[in-house]
Ligand binder design. Structure first.
Ligand SMILES: Nc1ncnc2c1ncn2[C@@H]1O[C@H](COP(=O)(O)OP(=O)(O)OP(=O)(O)O)[C@@H](O)[C@H]1O
Ligand SMILES: [Mg+2]
Length: 471
Protein backbone atom coordinates (compact mmCIF):
# COMPACT_ATOMS: atom_id res chain seq x y z
CA UNK A 1 0.00 0.00 0.00
CA UNK A 2 1.35 3.41 -0.87
CA UNK A 3 0.89 6.59 1.08
CA UNK A 4 -1.03 8.71 -1.38
CA UNK A 5 -1.47 11.76 0.79
CA UNK A 6 -0.44 12.78 4.29
CA UNK A 7 -2.13 10.74 6.97
CA UNK A 8 -3.86 13.50 8.87
CA UNK A 9 -5.76 14.72 5.82
CA UNK A 10 -6.99 11.26 5.16
CA UNK A 11 -8.16 10.78 8.75
CA UNK A 12 -10.05 14.06 8.60
CA UNK A 13 -11.72 13.10 5.36
CA UNK A 14 -12.89 9.82 6.85
CA UNK A 15 -14.34 11.49 9.91
CA UNK A 16 -16.18 13.98 7.75
CA UNK A 17 -17.54 11.35 5.38
CA UNK A 18 -21.28 10.94 5.83
CA UNK A 19 -22.85 7.55 5.44
CA UNK A 20 -26.38 6.55 4.71
CA UNK A 21 -28.78 4.76 6.98
CA UNK A 22 -31.18 1.91 6.36
CA UNK A 23 -34.44 1.82 8.32
CA UNK A 24 -36.03 -1.62 8.68
CA UNK A 25 -39.55 -1.58 10.17
CA UNK A 26 -42.82 -3.15 9.11
CA UNK A 27 -44.85 -0.11 10.22
CA UNK A 28 -45.11 2.36 7.41
CA UNK A 29 -45.71 5.30 9.79
CA UNK A 30 -42.41 4.66 11.58
CA UNK A 31 -40.49 4.30 8.33
CA UNK A 32 -41.81 7.57 6.95
CA UNK A 33 -41.35 9.55 10.16
CA UNK A 34 -37.82 8.26 10.77
CA UNK A 35 -36.75 8.96 7.23
CA UNK A 36 -38.10 12.51 7.39
CA UNK A 37 -36.42 13.15 10.74
CA UNK A 38 -33.07 11.81 9.57
CA UNK A 39 -33.25 13.79 6.35
CA UNK A 40 -33.93 16.94 8.37
CA UNK A 41 -30.73 16.11 10.25
CA UNK A 42 -28.83 15.97 6.98
CA UNK A 43 -28.54 12.18 7.02
CA UNK A 44 -29.47 10.18 3.93
CA UNK A 45 -31.84 7.30 4.68
CA UNK A 46 -33.60 4.46 2.84
CA UNK A 47 -36.37 2.38 4.34
CA UNK A 48 -37.56 -1.22 3.88
CA UNK A 49 -40.30 -3.27 5.55
CA UNK A 50 -38.71 -6.67 6.26
CA UNK A 51 -35.51 -8.55 7.13
CA UNK A 52 -35.41 -10.13 3.69
CA UNK A 53 -35.59 -6.72 2.02
CA UNK A 54 -32.86 -5.47 4.35
CA UNK A 55 -30.49 -8.25 3.23
CA UNK A 56 -31.36 -7.49 -0.41
CA UNK A 57 -30.72 -3.77 0.14
CA UNK A 58 -27.20 -4.59 1.33
CA UNK A 59 -26.54 -6.44 -1.92
CA UNK A 60 -27.13 -3.13 -3.70
CA UNK A 61 -25.14 -0.82 -1.44
CA UNK A 62 -23.28 -0.55 1.84
CA UNK A 63 -25.04 1.40 4.57
CA UNK A 64 -23.16 2.84 7.51
CA UNK A 65 -25.94 2.23 10.00
CA UNK A 66 -29.08 0.08 10.22
CA UNK A 67 -32.09 0.82 12.41
CA UNK A 68 -33.50 -2.66 12.78
CA UNK A 69 -36.85 -3.55 14.31
CA UNK A 70 -36.77 -6.74 16.42
CA UNK A 71 -40.31 -7.83 15.53
CA UNK A 72 -40.65 -8.29 11.81
CA UNK A 73 -42.77 -10.53 9.58
CA UNK A 74 -40.66 -13.33 8.01
CA UNK A 75 -37.16 -13.47 9.47
CA UNK A 76 -37.05 -11.36 12.60
CA UNK A 77 -34.57 -8.62 13.53
CA UNK A 78 -32.22 -10.96 15.40
CA UNK A 79 -32.00 -13.38 12.52
CA UNK A 80 -31.50 -10.48 10.09
CA UNK A 81 -28.66 -9.16 12.26
CA UNK A 82 -27.07 -12.63 12.40
CA UNK A 83 -27.27 -12.95 8.62
CA UNK A 84 -25.83 -9.49 8.05
CA UNK A 85 -22.85 -10.37 10.23
CA UNK A 86 -22.44 -13.77 8.59
CA UNK A 87 -22.32 -11.95 5.26
CA UNK A 88 -19.47 -9.78 6.52
CA UNK A 89 -21.54 -6.57 6.79
CA UNK A 90 -19.86 -4.23 9.26
CA UNK A 91 -22.52 -1.53 9.47
CA UNK A 92 -23.42 -0.27 12.95
CA UNK A 93 -26.76 -1.87 13.87
CA UNK A 94 -29.20 -0.22 16.27
CA UNK A 95 -32.07 -2.51 17.33
CA UNK A 96 -35.59 -1.18 17.86
CA UNK A 97 -37.95 -3.08 20.11
CA UNK A 98 -41.56 -2.77 21.18
CA UNK A 99 -41.04 -3.72 24.82
CA UNK A 100 -38.02 -3.21 27.02
CA UNK A 101 -36.52 -6.65 27.18
CA UNK A 102 -33.11 -7.12 28.77
CA UNK A 103 -32.66 -10.58 27.37
CA UNK A 104 -33.20 -9.42 23.79
CA UNK A 105 -30.83 -6.50 24.35
CA UNK A 106 -28.12 -8.85 25.61
CA UNK A 107 -28.62 -11.23 22.71
CA UNK A 108 -28.49 -8.38 20.22
CA UNK A 109 -25.28 -7.02 21.75
CA UNK A 110 -23.72 -10.46 21.59
CA UNK A 111 -24.55 -10.56 17.91
CA UNK A 112 -22.70 -7.28 17.56
CA UNK A 113 -25.51 -4.69 17.74
CA UNK A 114 -24.19 -1.24 18.63
CA UNK A 115 -27.16 -0.19 20.76
CA UNK A 116 -30.79 -0.79 21.56
CA UNK A 117 -33.68 1.71 21.58
CA UNK A 118 -37.27 1.24 22.67
CA UNK A 119 -40.61 2.10 21.12
CA UNK A 120 -42.21 4.54 21.33
CA UNK A 121 -39.16 6.15 19.77
CA UNK A 122 -37.92 9.44 21.12
CA UNK A 123 -36.69 11.41 18.14
CA UNK A 124 -33.91 13.00 20.12
CA UNK A 125 -32.64 9.70 21.50
CA UNK A 126 -32.85 8.01 18.09
CA UNK A 127 -30.87 10.72 16.33
CA UNK A 128 -28.25 10.78 19.10
CA UNK A 129 -27.85 7.00 19.02
CA UNK A 130 -27.42 7.02 15.25
CA UNK A 131 -24.86 9.79 15.41
CA UNK A 132 -22.93 7.88 18.08
CA UNK A 133 -23.09 4.70 16.03
CA UNK A 134 -21.76 6.46 12.93
CA UNK A 135 -18.99 8.17 14.87
CA UNK A 136 -17.94 4.89 16.48
CA UNK A 137 -17.81 3.21 13.10
CA UNK A 138 -15.75 6.00 11.60
CA UNK A 139 -13.31 5.85 14.48
CA UNK A 140 -12.94 2.13 14.02
CA UNK A 141 -12.27 2.63 10.36
CA UNK A 142 -9.71 5.36 10.91
CA UNK A 143 -8.07 3.13 13.49
CA UNK A 144 -7.88 0.27 11.00
CA UNK A 145 -6.36 2.64 8.43
CA UNK A 146 -3.76 3.84 10.89
CA UNK A 147 -2.90 0.28 11.87
CA UNK A 148 -2.42 -0.56 8.21
CA UNK A 149 -0.14 2.47 7.84
CA UNK A 150 1.85 1.36 10.85
CA UNK A 151 2.15 -2.15 9.49
CA UNK A 152 3.53 -0.65 6.31
CA UNK A 153 5.82 1.71 8.22
CA UNK A 154 7.31 -1.27 10.03
CA UNK A 155 7.43 -3.68 7.10
CA UNK A 156 10.61 -5.75 7.02
CA UNK A 157 12.08 -5.83 3.56
CA UNK A 158 14.66 -8.37 2.42
CA UNK A 159 14.81 -11.83 0.87
CA UNK A 160 18.38 -12.80 1.77
CA UNK A 161 18.91 -16.08 3.58
CA UNK A 162 19.49 -14.13 6.78
CA UNK A 163 16.25 -12.16 6.46
CA UNK A 164 14.22 -15.25 5.68
CA UNK A 165 15.68 -17.01 8.69
CA UNK A 166 14.91 -13.96 10.80
CA UNK A 167 11.26 -13.95 9.71
CA UNK A 168 10.97 -17.64 10.53
CA UNK A 169 12.50 -17.08 13.94
CA UNK A 170 10.09 -14.22 14.63
CA UNK A 171 7.10 -16.38 13.67
CA UNK A 172 8.22 -19.14 16.03
CA UNK A 173 9.11 -16.92 18.96
CA UNK A 174 6.36 -14.26 18.77
CA UNK A 175 3.47 -16.32 20.18
CA UNK A 176 5.47 -17.71 23.11
CA UNK A 177 5.72 -14.74 25.49
CA UNK A 178 9.41 -15.62 25.92
CA UNK A 179 11.86 -12.82 26.62
CA UNK A 180 13.87 -11.72 23.63
CA UNK A 181 17.23 -9.97 23.45
CA UNK A 182 18.06 -8.47 20.07
CA UNK A 183 21.66 -7.71 19.24
CA UNK A 184 22.71 -5.81 16.14
CA UNK A 185 24.77 -2.88 14.98
CA UNK A 186 23.10 0.50 14.83
CA UNK A 187 20.50 0.76 12.06
CA UNK A 188 20.15 -2.97 11.41
CA UNK A 189 16.43 -3.03 12.28
CA UNK A 190 16.31 -4.06 15.93
CA UNK A 191 13.25 -1.97 16.61
CA UNK A 192 11.51 -3.38 13.54
CA UNK A 193 12.12 -6.90 14.78
CA UNK A 194 10.81 -6.02 18.25
CA UNK A 195 7.65 -4.56 16.70
CA UNK A 196 7.19 -7.59 14.46
CA UNK A 197 7.43 -9.91 17.45
CA UNK A 198 4.82 -7.86 19.29
CA UNK A 199 2.55 -7.68 16.23
CA UNK A 200 2.56 -11.45 15.85
CA UNK A 201 2.01 -12.16 19.55
CA UNK A 202 -1.22 -12.55 21.48
CA UNK A 203 -0.42 -9.15 23.01
CA UNK A 204 -0.77 -7.45 19.63
CA UNK A 205 -4.04 -5.66 20.48
CA UNK A 206 -2.31 -4.15 23.52
CA UNK A 207 0.38 -1.49 23.54
CA UNK A 208 3.96 -1.67 22.35
CA UNK A 209 5.65 0.50 24.98
CA UNK A 210 9.17 1.76 24.24
CA UNK A 211 11.89 2.96 26.56
CA UNK A 212 15.29 4.02 25.31
CA UNK A 213 17.70 3.75 28.22
CA UNK A 214 20.35 5.75 26.36
CA UNK A 215 18.05 8.70 25.63
CA UNK A 216 16.79 9.31 29.17
CA UNK A 217 18.93 11.18 31.71
CA UNK A 218 20.29 8.92 34.42
CA UNK A 219 18.36 10.64 37.23
CA UNK A 220 15.01 10.25 35.45
CA UNK A 221 15.21 6.69 34.22
CA UNK A 222 14.02 5.03 37.40
CA UNK A 223 10.88 7.13 37.51
CA UNK A 224 10.40 6.67 33.77
CA UNK A 225 10.49 2.88 34.12
CA UNK A 226 8.72 2.40 37.44
CA UNK A 227 6.72 5.59 37.92
CA UNK A 228 6.63 7.69 41.06
CA UNK A 229 4.24 8.86 43.74
CA UNK A 230 3.39 12.50 44.30
CA UNK A 231 6.22 14.26 46.13
CA UNK A 232 8.74 11.46 45.50
CA UNK A 233 11.28 14.08 44.41
CA UNK A 234 11.41 17.78 43.59
CA UNK A 235 9.16 18.32 40.62
CA UNK A 236 7.03 15.22 41.21
CA UNK A 237 3.83 17.24 41.55
CA UNK A 238 1.57 14.34 40.68
CA UNK A 239 1.87 10.56 40.71
CA UNK A 240 2.95 9.10 37.38
CA UNK A 241 2.74 5.60 35.99
CA UNK A 242 6.00 4.13 34.76
CA UNK A 243 6.59 2.25 31.52
CA UNK A 244 6.40 -1.15 33.24
CA UNK A 245 2.91 -0.34 34.48
CA UNK A 246 1.85 1.12 31.12
CA UNK A 247 2.98 -2.13 29.53
CA UNK A 248 0.92 -4.30 31.86
CA UNK A 249 -0.65 -7.01 29.70
CA UNK A 250 1.39 -5.67 26.79
CA UNK A 251 4.96 -5.57 25.45
CA UNK A 252 7.78 -3.44 26.80
CA UNK A 253 10.66 -2.70 24.44
CA UNK A 254 13.79 -1.91 26.45
CA UNK A 255 16.01 -0.29 23.87
CA UNK A 256 19.76 0.14 24.44
CA UNK A 257 19.69 -1.99 27.61
CA UNK A 258 23.47 -1.91 27.57
CA UNK A 259 23.27 1.71 28.74
CA UNK A 260 21.36 1.14 31.98
CA UNK A 261 23.04 2.11 35.25
CA UNK A 262 23.83 -0.51 37.90
CA UNK A 263 20.95 0.70 40.06
CA UNK A 264 18.40 0.46 37.26
CA UNK A 265 19.76 -2.92 36.23
CA UNK A 266 19.16 -4.22 39.75
CA UNK A 267 15.59 -2.96 39.75
CA UNK A 268 14.82 -4.30 36.28
CA UNK A 269 16.24 -7.67 37.32
CA UNK A 270 13.82 -7.76 40.21
CA UNK A 271 10.80 -7.01 37.99
CA UNK A 272 11.85 -9.77 35.65
CA UNK A 273 12.19 -12.22 38.54
CA UNK A 274 9.05 -11.28 40.44
CA UNK A 275 6.90 -9.37 37.94
CA UNK A 276 6.47 -6.63 40.57
CA UNK A 277 8.18 -3.45 41.71
CA UNK A 278 7.83 -0.32 43.82
CA UNK A 279 7.31 3.05 42.13
CA UNK A 280 9.83 5.70 43.21
CA UNK A 281 8.87 7.00 46.66
CA UNK A 282 6.34 4.24 47.27
CA UNK A 283 6.50 1.23 49.54
CA UNK A 284 3.65 -0.68 47.99
CA UNK A 285 4.35 -3.20 45.28
CA UNK A 286 2.79 -3.00 41.84
CA UNK A 287 2.24 -6.30 40.10
CA UNK A 288 2.50 -6.47 36.33
CA UNK A 289 2.36 -8.94 33.47
CA UNK A 290 4.86 -7.61 30.96
CA UNK A 291 6.63 -9.24 28.05
CA UNK A 292 10.07 -7.70 27.77
CA UNK A 293 11.91 -7.41 24.48
CA UNK A 294 15.35 -5.86 24.91
CA UNK A 295 17.81 -4.58 22.33
CA UNK A 296 21.39 -3.43 22.33
CA UNK A 297 24.18 -2.61 19.95
CA UNK A 298 26.77 -3.35 22.61
CA UNK A 299 28.27 -6.80 23.03
CA UNK A 300 26.84 -7.58 26.44
CA UNK A 301 29.29 -10.46 26.95
CA UNK A 302 32.09 -7.92 26.83
CA UNK A 303 30.18 -5.42 28.98
CA UNK A 304 29.82 -8.20 31.57
CA UNK A 305 33.54 -8.99 31.44
CA UNK A 306 34.28 -5.33 31.99
CA UNK A 307 31.88 -5.14 34.92
CA UNK A 308 29.41 -2.79 33.24
CA UNK A 309 26.50 -5.19 32.94
CA UNK A 310 25.07 -7.72 35.39
CA UNK A 311 25.44 -11.30 34.24
CA UNK A 312 22.24 -12.37 36.05
CA UNK A 313 20.25 -9.69 34.22
CA UNK A 314 21.81 -10.76 30.92
CA UNK A 315 20.63 -14.35 31.43
CA UNK A 316 17.14 -13.16 32.38
CA UNK A 317 16.86 -11.00 29.27
CA UNK A 318 18.57 -13.35 26.89
CA UNK A 319 16.06 -16.22 26.96
CA UNK A 320 15.74 -16.05 23.18
CA UNK A 321 18.65 -14.30 21.45
CA UNK A 322 18.26 -12.62 18.07
CA UNK A 323 21.30 -11.47 16.17
CA UNK A 324 20.73 -9.08 13.29
CA UNK A 325 23.35 -9.26 10.56
CA UNK A 326 24.85 -5.97 9.37
CA UNK A 327 23.72 -4.92 5.90
CA UNK A 328 27.21 -5.57 4.42
CA UNK A 329 26.63 -9.26 5.15
CA UNK A 330 23.42 -9.32 3.11
CA UNK A 331 24.16 -6.93 0.28
CA UNK A 332 21.79 -8.90 -1.94
CA UNK A 333 18.97 -7.13 -0.06
CA UNK A 334 20.20 -3.69 -1.15
CA UNK A 335 18.22 -3.46 -4.43
CA UNK A 336 14.97 -4.44 -2.66
CA UNK A 337 15.59 -1.93 0.09
CA UNK A 338 16.48 0.81 -2.42
CA UNK A 339 13.24 0.14 -4.28
CA UNK A 340 11.24 0.05 -1.04
CA UNK A 341 12.54 3.41 0.16
CA UNK A 342 12.33 4.85 -3.36
CA UNK A 343 8.60 4.04 -3.47
CA UNK A 344 8.01 5.16 0.07
CA UNK A 345 9.72 8.54 -0.12
CA UNK A 346 8.52 9.31 -3.63
CA UNK A 347 4.95 8.80 -2.47
CA UNK A 348 5.54 10.80 0.71
CA UNK A 349 6.96 13.76 -1.23
CA UNK A 350 4.38 13.48 -3.99
CA UNK A 351 6.88 12.53 -6.70
CA UNK A 352 7.08 9.79 -9.29
CA UNK A 353 9.37 6.95 -8.15
CA UNK A 354 12.91 7.20 -9.57
CA UNK A 355 14.62 4.68 -11.79
CA UNK A 356 18.04 3.63 -10.52
CA UNK A 357 20.40 2.80 -13.36
CA UNK A 358 22.12 -0.57 -13.09
CA UNK A 359 25.50 1.04 -12.43
CA UNK A 360 24.12 3.23 -9.66
CA UNK A 361 22.50 0.20 -8.07
CA UNK A 362 25.83 -1.59 -8.33
CA UNK A 363 27.63 1.20 -6.48
CA UNK A 364 24.99 1.05 -3.75
CA UNK A 365 25.27 -2.70 -3.59
CA UNK A 366 29.05 -2.63 -3.31
CA UNK A 367 29.23 -0.16 -0.49
CA UNK A 368 29.77 -1.46 3.04
CA UNK A 369 26.97 0.56 4.76
CA UNK A 370 28.51 1.09 8.19
CA UNK A 371 25.24 2.80 9.23
CA UNK A 372 23.30 -0.19 7.88
CA UNK A 373 19.68 0.12 6.70
CA UNK A 374 19.24 3.52 8.35
CA UNK A 375 22.12 4.92 6.28
CA UNK A 376 20.67 3.44 3.11
CA UNK A 377 17.23 4.82 3.94
CA UNK A 378 18.65 8.33 4.47
CA UNK A 379 20.66 8.07 1.26
CA UNK A 380 17.59 7.22 -0.80
CA UNK A 381 15.50 9.90 0.86
CA UNK A 382 18.18 12.42 -0.08
CA UNK A 383 18.20 11.28 -3.70
CA UNK A 384 14.40 11.46 -3.89
CA UNK A 385 14.34 14.99 -2.45
CA UNK A 386 17.37 16.48 -4.20
CA UNK A 387 17.20 15.01 -7.68
CA UNK A 388 14.50 16.15 -10.01
CA UNK A 389 15.13 13.80 -12.94
CA UNK A 390 13.64 10.35 -13.06
CA UNK A 391 16.77 8.39 -13.82
CA UNK A 392 19.39 8.09 -11.12
CA UNK A 393 22.93 7.52 -12.37
CA UNK A 394 26.14 7.02 -10.41
CA UNK A 395 26.82 10.76 -10.53
CA UNK A 396 23.44 11.48 -8.88
CA UNK A 397 24.26 9.45 -5.79
CA UNK A 398 25.28 11.38 -2.73
CA UNK A 399 28.73 10.47 -1.45
CA UNK A 400 27.73 7.29 0.38
CA UNK A 401 29.10 7.25 3.89
CA UNK A 402 30.95 10.53 3.37
CA UNK A 403 33.10 9.33 0.47
CA UNK A 404 32.67 10.02 -3.19
CA UNK A 405 32.02 7.02 -5.38
CA UNK A 406 35.18 6.00 -7.26
CA UNK A 407 34.09 7.43 -10.61
CA UNK A 408 34.01 10.86 -9.01
CA UNK A 409 37.56 10.74 -7.62
CA UNK A 410 38.65 13.31 -10.19
CA UNK A 411 36.76 15.92 -8.24
CA UNK A 412 39.21 15.74 -5.34
CA UNK A 413 41.54 18.70 -5.14
CA UNK A 414 44.72 16.81 -4.30
CA UNK A 415 46.36 13.53 -5.25
CA UNK A 416 46.38 12.47 -1.59
CA UNK A 417 42.66 13.04 -1.08
CA UNK A 418 41.82 11.17 -4.27
CA UNK A 419 43.98 8.16 -3.41
CA UNK A 420 42.72 8.13 0.18
CA UNK A 421 39.13 8.08 -1.05
CA UNK A 422 39.97 5.29 -3.46
CA UNK A 423 41.81 3.29 -0.80
CA UNK A 424 38.98 3.71 1.65
CA UNK A 425 36.43 2.44 -0.85
CA UNK A 426 38.67 -0.44 -1.91
CA UNK A 427 39.36 -1.54 1.65
CA UNK A 428 35.72 -1.29 2.64
CA UNK A 429 34.65 -3.45 -0.25
CA UNK A 430 37.27 -6.06 0.53
CA UNK A 431 36.24 -5.98 4.17
CA UNK A 432 32.64 -6.52 3.15
CA UNK A 433 33.70 -9.46 1.00
CA UNK A 434 35.60 -10.87 3.96
CA UNK A 435 32.53 -10.31 6.16
CA UNK A 436 34.41 -7.79 8.22
CA UNK A 437 37.31 -10.11 9.02
CA UNK A 438 40.48 -8.05 8.69
CA UNK A 439 42.89 -10.97 8.33
CA UNK A 440 40.85 -12.43 5.51
CA UNK A 441 40.49 -9.06 3.83
CA UNK A 442 44.30 -8.63 3.98
CA UNK A 443 44.69 -12.03 2.36
CA UNK A 444 42.22 -11.10 -0.38
CA UNK A 445 44.16 -7.91 -1.08
CA UNK A 446 47.52 -9.63 -0.95
CA UNK A 447 48.89 -7.34 1.74
CA UNK A 448 50.23 -7.89 5.21
CA UNK A 449 47.60 -7.82 7.99
CA UNK A 450 49.50 -5.24 10.04
CA UNK A 451 49.86 -3.05 6.97
CA UNK A 452 46.10 -3.20 6.39
CA UNK A 453 45.44 -2.32 10.03
CA UNK A 454 47.72 0.72 9.74
CA UNK A 455 45.97 1.90 6.57
CA UNK A 456 42.56 1.37 8.15
CA UNK A 457 43.52 3.38 11.21
CA UNK A 458 44.90 6.17 9.05
CA UNK A 459 41.69 6.25 6.99
CA UNK A 460 39.41 5.95 10.03
CA UNK A 461 37.88 2.63 8.96
CA UNK A 462 36.50 0.34 11.63
CA UNK A 463 36.96 -3.37 11.30
CA UNK A 464 36.25 -6.55 13.12
CA UNK A 465 38.91 -8.79 14.57
CA UNK A 466 38.55 -12.57 14.52
CA UNK A 467 36.75 -12.58 17.85
CA UNK A 468 33.92 -10.69 16.21
CA UNK A 469 34.72 -7.63 18.29
CA UNK A 470 34.60 -4.17 16.83
CA UNK A 471 38.14 -2.87 16.94
N1 LIG B 1 14.63 -4.87 6.76
C1 LIG B 1 14.18 -3.60 6.74
N2 LIG B 1 13.24 -3.23 5.87
C2 LIG B 1 12.78 -1.96 5.83
N3 LIG B 1 13.21 -0.99 6.63
C3 LIG B 1 14.16 -1.29 7.53
C4 LIG B 1 14.72 -2.61 7.64
N4 LIG B 1 15.64 -2.61 8.61
C5 LIG B 1 15.68 -1.35 9.10
N5 LIG B 1 14.79 -0.55 8.46
C6 LIG B 1 14.60 0.89 8.69
O1 LIG B 1 15.84 1.44 9.01
C7 LIG B 1 15.74 2.32 10.13
C8 LIG B 1 16.57 1.78 11.28
O2 LIG B 1 15.94 0.61 11.82
P1 LIG B 1 15.77 0.41 13.40
O3 LIG B 1 15.41 1.70 14.05
O4 LIG B 1 14.87 -0.74 13.61
O5 LIG B 1 17.28 0.03 13.72
P2 LIG B 1 17.98 -0.23 15.12
O6 LIG B 1 18.73 -1.49 14.97
O7 LIG B 1 16.96 -0.14 16.21
O8 LIG B 1 19.02 0.98 15.19
P3 LIG B 1 19.66 1.71 16.49
O9 LIG B 1 20.58 0.74 17.14
O10 LIG B 1 20.38 2.86 15.87
O11 LIG B 1 18.51 2.10 17.34
C9 LIG B 1 14.28 2.42 10.47
O12 LIG B 1 13.75 3.54 9.84
C10 LIG B 1 13.69 1.16 9.89
O13 LIG B 1 12.36 1.35 9.52
MG1 LIG C 1 16.76 1.28 17.71
Amino acid sequence: MQRAEPLKFRAVRLIAMSESILIVDDERGIRDTLRAVLEDEGLAADAVASGEECLKAFERRAYGCVLLDVWLPGIDGMETLAQLRAGGVDAAVVMISGHGNIETAVRATKLGAFDFIEKPLSIEKTVLTIRNALRQRELERVNAELMAELTEEYAMVGESVAMRALRKQIAVVAPTDGRVLIYGESGTGKELVARAIHAQSRRAPALFVEVNSAAIPEELIESELFGHVKGAFTGATAAKKGKFEQADGATLFLDEVGDMSAKVQAKVLRVLEEQRFEPVGSTSLVRVDVRVIAATNKRLDIEIEQGNFRADLFYRLNVIPFELPPLRERLEDVPLLVEHFNQKFSAAYGKKPKRFEAEAMEVLQNYSWPGNVRELKNTIERVVIMKSKMRVSVADLPPVGGEEPPAASFRFPSFKEATDAYHREFIQRKLAEAEGNVSRAAELMGVDRSHLYRRMRALGIQGRSERGVIS
